[in-house]
Design a protein around this ligand. Structure first.
Ligand code: HEM
Length: 404
């Protein structure tokens, strides 16, 4: 058992928050190189942090030693003031109770019903891509995923309620800006809309939520707010963008054609996209007691910065870790499918994981079977990783309809 390399540093002056936020990838690689270790410590948000970039480290924190940690989000930026009491801030029995309710809302039979609505919205929007259109994928997917979430989680009819949808989208954008920069108290207006629709909606998702065993109307509305907020559409749009851009590279044209015909190969492509471009760069925990992770001693009271993207690309598990290689899932990494941490893991794993998987596959298949697509040449494809993983610039892709 070894002490974590690195120094916690002085309060304020030793804080590394800005260094990390400026370029999280460079921050992580620099420290891994300097300490020759994928586990190190430092001061972030003015608190002692253990940075965990090893795949084994994430496995232990999320799965094997999960009960030694509490979730670290309640005092993370403005999250709690914007969302209120939510599963993500809870622990122990309270977390179990809320997860039980949410699992029922997203059980497979219900998800099958939700999917028919997702299909209607997706088909309508994707069919507006014309032959030889030049598209900015992130913009297109954000429009699509926002429409999916508002139609599904709020029961908004996107065609007939355009003005209402526009007003709600503006509120969700302001709410999002509150999350990532200044605190603004906009959740009340959004919560009022959620509560009104919860009372009115006769069928679909909101009626399933109404029947669920939430302890109060406020608890119910807070959880719907989570799904309606910009967080989920942005994360979903980020994943779809990474899928689209990677397969738009000229060297991947053959992979794209194979994915269009072979379902198993498409699943490998999507898993590889999740591995390389997790929308959320990482997660957070708080050590309740002294604990050993991947051989390093972490003292009680340390926060854990889970560096999901770095762990997904740990060369100890993934050969040619930075290379897009869907074939790995049927060869060298066939036993490692559960070592991609994009949706978390263990007892606090994302509840929407399977549902998101179905939505992504539906959109991916529609695109693969209807279009060929290719990057417009000579563009800067550099990624930014915060707040969600996506290209820094408005990268363009040319779509061509198949079979015209
Ligand atoms: C691409 C989209 C999404 C991504 C990348 C994502 C990712 C994640 C991750 C990484 C966690 C774990 C956080 C942690 O352990 O610290 C999580 C938790 C959660 N996710 Fe998702 N998620 C997505 C979409 C969704 C959707 C669509 C739903 C609902 C249908 C959802 C519901 C939840 C809930 C309720 C939790 C909290 C679980 C708990 O606190 O026990 N997520 N998500």
């Amino acid at each position: 058992m070894t002490s974590l390399p690195g120094r916690i540093g002085w309060s304020v002056t030793g804080d590394r928050t800005l260094d990390f936020a400026r370029d999280p990838m460079d921050f992580t690689q620099r420290h891994i190189k300097a300490f020759k270790s994928r586990m190190f410590q430092g001061r972030s948000m003015n608190r002692p942090h253990a940075f965990v970039a090893s795949n084994q480290g994430l496995k232990e924190v999320l799965e094997e030693k999960a009960d030694m940690f509490s979730m670290g989000y309640r005092d993370f930026g403005y999250m709690y003031s914007l969302f209120g009491d939510l599963v993500i801030f809870s622990s122990d029995d309270e977390a179990l109770r809320l997860r039980g309710i949410l699992h029922k809302i997203f059980k497979p039979e219900e998800v099958t019903g939700y999917m028919s609505q997702v299909e209607i919205v997706s088909t309508r929007l994707l069919n507006t891509i014309n032959d030889r259109d030049i598209v900015i994928p992130y913009k297109m997917f954000k429009l699509l995923t926002t429409q999916i979430c508002l139609s599904l989680f709020l029961g908004l009819e996107m065609e007939s309620a355009k003005e209402e949808a526009k007003a709600i989208i503006e509120l969700t954008i302001t709410h999002w800006h509150g999350l990532i920069s200044v605190p603004v108290n906009f959740n009340e207006r959004l919560l009022n809309i959620v509560s009104k629709r919860l009372a009115e909606e006769k069928s679909g998702f909101l009626s399933v939520v109404r029947e669920a065993e939430f302890q109060s109307k406020a608890e119910m509305a807070n959880h719907v707010l989570l799904f309606v907020s910009a967080l989920i559409p942005k994360a979903l749009a980020a994943l779809m963008t990474s899928f689209c851009l990677e397969l738009a590279k000229p060297q991947n044209a053959e992979k794209r054609r194979k994915a269009a015909q072979d379902d198993r190969y498409l699943e490998n492509v999507l898993l590889e996209v999740k591995r390389l471009w997790p929308p959320f760069l990482g997660g957070r925990r708080l050590a309740k007691q002294d604990v050993v992770i991947d051989g390093y001693k972490i003292p009680a009271g340390h926060y854990i910065a889970l560096l999901t993207r770095a762990a997904n690309c740990d060369p100890k598990i993934f050969p040619e870790a930075e290379t897009f290689l869907p074939e790995r899932w049927d060869t060298c990494n066939q036993l490692d499918r559960e070592r991609v941490w994009t949706f978390g893991g263990g007892p606090r794993m994302c509840i929407g994981d399977k549902f998101i998987g179905k939505i992504i596959k539906l959109i991916a298949k529609h695109l693969l079977q209807s279009y060929e697509w290719e990057l417009v040449p000579n563009q800067d494809l550099t990624y930014k990783w915060l707040p969600v993983a996506r290209p820094k610039h408005d990268v363009e892709v040319a779509f061509t309809k198949i079979g015209l």
